[in-house]
Structure formats: structure tokens, C-alpha cells
Design a protein around this ligand. Structure first.
Ligand code: SAM
Length: 189
């Protein structure tokens, strides 16, 4: 029997694989080491497009190398800028957006996503999303900034009109140490 409930990253990946189609236009709002960006580049195929954002040179460069090695770099636009500026670079509606918040694993833990800029980026994401598009957000309430960020996100999403958006929160309720939380937002038509 297939197990979905090991961790939220796995659930996010399953949803990504089931949702993203060949030819889609998608956004990785936090490329980090490029795992999600590479998967997205494979899912959208040669006629699709991936926009990827990160504020760190090392994240952009590691991701670029990974994409080149896997022969999919030409379908990805990597942008070294904060995701709250995404509307400066993306001038079309998109099918799918993913945020994996927090800090770069193996990198400087001081450089992490922050509530204020994340909320601004999420508001822009909801605008950029096509009808029937999907937004996935993983938060890390196990560290201080992550807990604050998660609380703001929950508040922001709770206020959205249920006629316009279907929103699910995936949360492990019997695990210690504040495990990661996944939010899934579907835009209605
Ligand atoms: N999805 C990535 C992967 O598959 O490897 C992991 C992402 S990591 C948890 C979070 C990333 O968000 C870090 O690389 C960090 O530099 C980046 N980040 C932090 N603040 C940001 C911002 N304002 N805009 C874009 N990226 C940001």
C-alpha cells in the first residue's frame, strides 16, 4: 500500500506531479538547491516554462548547474530577486506556484524567508494564478521566524473568499517539535 503521510514535502511532490502538465507555465518561488525546479522543468516539458526565484547567488548557481546537467535549462528562467517582486518578471498568468519556505539546507540559516515579504509574494501569486491553478506553500514553524510566518499565512489564507479559493492545511497533529505544514490553495473559476 502506498503511504502518503510520511512528510509534507512528499505530499507536495505528489500534488505537483499529479497537477503540472506538459506545456504549463509554473513558478518555483524559492529554488534553493533546485530539487523542485528540476522536477517542474521535467513536468512542463519542452513547450512549458518555469520561473525560479531566490535571493542567494549560491542557490541560483547550484540550480543552474543542476538544470544544465539535466538538459532542461532552456525551459527555466532563473531570477536572483525576492519573490515579492515576481510581478515585475512574470507578465502572464501561471498554472502552478510552489513556495518551500525557510532557509537553504546546508546554507546560512540566517538567510530565511520572512513573514512580510512572503505575504506580499503570496498575494501576488494569488493574482498571477490562472483559474483552476494550484498554489502550494510549505512552512517551517519549528524555528522562530517560521512560526511567525506560518501564523501570518494562516491568517491571510483564512480571510480569502471561499467562493474564489479552496484551501487545505496539511498538518501532522501528533508529531512533536512543530513539524512542517503544507497549505494547498486552488483558485476557482
Ligand atoms: N525548494 C528548494 C529545493 O528544492 O531545494 C528548497 C528551498 S529552501 C527551504 C528556501 C529558499 O528560500 C532558500 O534558498 C532561500 O535563499 C530562499 N529565500 C529566502 N528568502 C527569499 C525571498 N524573499 N525570495 C526568494 N527566495 C528566498
Amino acid at each position: 500500500m502506498y503511504k502518503y503521510f510520511n512528510n509534507v514535502t512528499k505530499i507536495a511532490k505528489e500534488l505537483m506531479v499529479k497537477t503540472v502538465q506538459k506545456g504549463n507555465i509554473v513558478v518555483d518561488a524559492t529554488v534553493g538547491n533546485g530539487h523542485d525546479t528540476l522536477l517542474l522543468a521535467n513536468l512542463v516539458g519542452g513547450n512549458g516554462k518555469v520561473y525560479g526565484f531566490d535571493i542567494q547567488d549560491s542557490a541560483i548557481e547550484n540550480t543552474r548547474l543542476k538544470l544544465v546537467q539535466n538538459h532542461v535549462y532552456e525551459r527555466v528562467i532563473l531570477i536572483k530577486d525576492s519573490h515579492e517582486s515576481m510581478d515585475k518578471y512574470i507578465l502572464e498568468k501561471v498554472d502552478f506556484i510552489i513556495f518551500n519556505l525557510g532557509y537553504l539546507p546546508g546554507g546560512n540559516h540566517e538567510i530565511n524567508t520572512k513573514a512580510e515579504t512572503t505575504i506580499a509574494a503570496l498575494e501576488k501569486s494569488l493574482e498571477l494564478l490562472k483559474e483552476n491553478g494550484l498554489l502550494l506553500v510549505t512552512t517551517y514553524p519549528g524555528h522562530r521566524d517560521g512560526k511567525i510566518e506560518d501564523e501570518y499565512i494562516k491568517k491571510t489564507f483564512s480571510r480569502l473568499d471561499q467562493k474564489k479559493f479552496n484551501i487545505l492545511k496539511f498538518e501532522f497533529i501528533n508529531q512533536i517539535n512543530n513539524p512542517p505544514i503544507l497549505y494547498g490553495v486552488e483558485k476557482n473559476n
